[in-house]
Design a protein around this ligand. Structure first.
Ligand SMILES: Cc1ncc(COP(=O)(O)O)c(C=O)c1O
Length: 361
């Protein structure tokens, strides 16, 4: 640390991204990327003509992408915010709506804690239930005689489905949380929603709840993690607040090529549906095979499984897999230290994973 570093950031613990090793080629099942390439239209969009246009700034109003998102998501363009990955959307939402603090589960996407610290936002961390599900009652406050709830007096962020557990809560629970906390923003982070068995997004609740903000990403189901595009859908007023912050920080936050690619990705619904189905099939196949080997595998609605074995400790399995060229994600948090998070890849990758685990155990 230099002596010049602003003292407010001195204790900051940055986010630890999953490994992106360069030493050898791994079967890479550690950062929930897609095993499939982006849609053909996306690949065609990355051409010399587009490269020539890089001399020009990108559209600060993100018009074509907002228009396509509004069509795909069934909302107005004024309900859409676009970020450099959904991480950026989340950061602006924390900045904009974190004045009274943010509540979120203890086991969830670790970036929430990082952005809360970055923005000096207080945190109210709620334990998951022993079965690793979100306890919705923790987010309602006290029950009043008329059956309504007081709310918890702060904003809320819930990844749904949650990461790294993969478990989802239903839309009726999300509605209850929004209703109880009408004076605060409720963020539902749907990075993985497209892989859920029913695939139902909380976006449909937005007309009813002006405090609901839903974030999604192109990084997972649309195979574009490297393009860095994410978006948020919410009431016009909430989106305007986030736009105020974006335009005060980086109005050209999404580059020209990524923006073009994102539009093309949205247009190809057949390719998108086909890939989401393949991930669901491979998830089912892998979960069953792991269970047959004695693993406990949580009920995942995502493109990863969270699994623990009674035969080998989580950290040991992670290391043994890595030595054999298979990369999964292990977390040091004692509550989940026996688990590993395994991204669902292609059928071939899943077979390599399963064969390697059989050898190890
Ligand atoms: C729950 C959750 N939310 C958001 C993100 C961020 O995604 P991105 O910034 O790539 O859109 C991730 C990435 O892994 C995630 O797991």
């Amino acid at each position: 640390m230099s002596k010049f570093f602003n003292s407010i950031y001195k204790g900051l613990e940055p986010y630890t991204p999953g490994e992106q090793p360069q030493d050898k080629k791994y079967v890479k099942l550690n950062t929930n990327e897609s095993p499939f390439p982006p849609a053909p239209g996306v690949i065609a969009a990355v051409n010399a003509r587009e490269a020539e246009d890089l001399r020009l700034y990108s559209d600060p109003e993100l018009k074509p992408l907002k228009a396509q998102l509004s069509e795909t998501m069934g909302v107005e363009t004024s309900n859409v915010f676009v970020g450099n990955g959904s991480d950026e959307c989340l950061n602006y939402a924390f900045m904009a709506f974190g004045e009274d603090g943010f509540a979120f589960p203890d086991i969830t996407y670790s970036f929430y804690k990082v952005i809360a610290n970055l923005n000096q936002i207080t945190m109210d961390i709620k334990a998951l239930k022993p079965d690793y599900t979100v306890d919705v009652n923790d987010y309602l406050g006290d029950k009043l005689p008329d059956g309504t709830y007081t709310g918890i007096g702060k904003s809320i962020v819930i990844a749904n489905p949650n990461a790294p557990t993969g478990i989802a809560i239903g839309l009726s629970d999300i509605a209850r949380i929004c209703e109880a906390n009408a004076d605060h923003v409720v963020i539902i982070d749907e990075a993985y929603v497209d892989f859920a068995e029913d695939g139902t997004s909380a976006v449909e609740l937005i007309p009813k709840y002006d405090n609901l903000l839903v974030t999604q990403t192109f990084s997972k189901s649309r195979s574009m993690a490297g393009a860095r595009v994410g978006f948020a859908i919410g009431s016009e007023a909430i989106i305007q607040d986030m736009e105020t912050l974006r335009n005060s920080n980086n109005p050209y936050n999404v580059n020209r090529i990524s923006m073009k690619c994102a539009v093309e990705a949205l247009k190809d619904t057949d390719y998108f549906n086909k890939n989401c189905n393949l991930i669901r099939e491979n998830r089912k196949y892998t979960k069953l095979a792991l269970e047959q080997m004695g693993f406990r595998v949580l009920d995942s609605q995502t493109n990863f499984l969270f699994a623990e074995s009674d035969k080998v400790k989580g950290a040991d399995l992670y290391s043994a897999l890595k030595d054999r060229g298979v990369l999964v994600r292990h977390f040091n948090d004692p509550k989940i230290t026996n688990f590993n998070r395994i991204t669902i890849g292609s059928k071939d990758e899943m077979d390599i994973l399963l064969k390697t685990i059989r050898e190890i155990i």
